[in-house]
Design a protein around this ligand. Structure first.
Ligand code: FES
Length: 283
């Protein structure tokens, strides 16, 4: 049974806080100006729940050969998460296949730690479902147009995956960087029970249907099946960069979460470290 938490309202900083539109109460300039203290406070609350406190650090790409295994992370949820008994054990594809078989949507997700950063790994039965009529509502990956925080179109997911096909989820698995684009809390897989985290799926990357990653801090939702081009800013320099990611479907998060390309090592899931610009939007 998933835990239930009281959601906090997003912090209001006054001034031009409506720049992101309805329901988005902090803009990027304010984030850069106030983000450190605000995000640290919110982050601490989130980490307290998830027990990631000592683990946030830049990816250690040295000595990994450009890859890195992922360990399940279930600290504090050992008795309730399906992977509770696998805490700090390397993730394998079979773990997810077995769990997804219990799901009506053919999906399963878990929190993990990859090169010192939090990730969420989601299995989607894409190969089985991709050729079924969408009207049947069978979960599959969808490649979509992407937009920046102002709503301006910035490109299509295929613009990136055509250049580097490794970006497309491999073996039905997508690895997602686990820091919210709102204020850097750590979204989770079925950490809470609500309509957004139900075992249900609706095509289009919208906010209806379940199977969302849900950020407990201010209720942002992300669709792990909706793949798009995203953009964000380096927190220190303000420089804009684009990345392949999943779609923000609702809540105050201005853009989606980054994808880490998958490389299977036998049955063990590893993430490729070629793309790490996104690390800079929080740290
Ligand atoms: S940090 Fe605010 S919704 Fe995630």
């Amino acid at each position: 049974m998933a835990r239930e938490y009281d959601l906090k309202p997003a912090p209001s900083l006054g001034g031009d806080e409506t720049a992101y539109g309805a329901g988005k109460v902090i803009n990027r300039r304010q984030f850069l100006k106030y983000g450190f203290n605000t995000a640290t406070g919110v982050l601490a609350a989130s980490l307290g729940v998830l027990g990631f406190t000592a683990l946030i650090m830049p990816p250690d790409t040295e000595g990994t050969g450009g890859e890195g295994t992922i360990q399940f992370w279930a600290k504090g949820r050992e008795d309730e998460a399906w992977y509770g008994a696998k805490h700090e054990v390397n993730m394998t594809r079979q773990d997810f296949v077995d769990e997804a078989a219990k799901s009506s949507t053919g999906t399963a997700g878990a929190a993990g730690i990859w090169n010192g950063v939090p990730v969420i790994v989601v299995y989607v039965d894409h190969e089985k479902n991709k050729d079924t009529p969408v009207s049947l509502g069978k979960a599959r990956f969808q490649m979509m147009e992407g937009y920046d925080e102002t709503g301006k179109r910035i490109g299509h997911f295929e613009d990136m995956s055509d250049v580097d096909p490794r970006i497309f989820p491999s073996d039905n698995i997508v690895i997602i960087y686990g820091r919210c684009t709102h204020l850097c809390c750590i979204p989770g897989w079925q950490l809470v029970s609500n309509s957004f985290t139900d075992d249900s799926w609706t095509p289009g990357g919208g906010d209806d249907g379940g199977t969302k990653l849900f950020c407990i801090c201010h209720s942002s939702r992300f669709d792990p099946t909706a793949l798009e081009m995203n953009s964000n800013r380096n927190r220190s320099s303000g420089a804009t960069f684009s990345y392949a990611g999943i779609k923000a479907s609702g809540g105050p998060a201005p853009v989606g979460l980054p994808i880490i390309p998958v490389l299977m090592d036998g049955d063990v899931i590893t993430g490729i470290t070629d793309y790490v610009d996104w690390l800079t939007y929080c740290d």
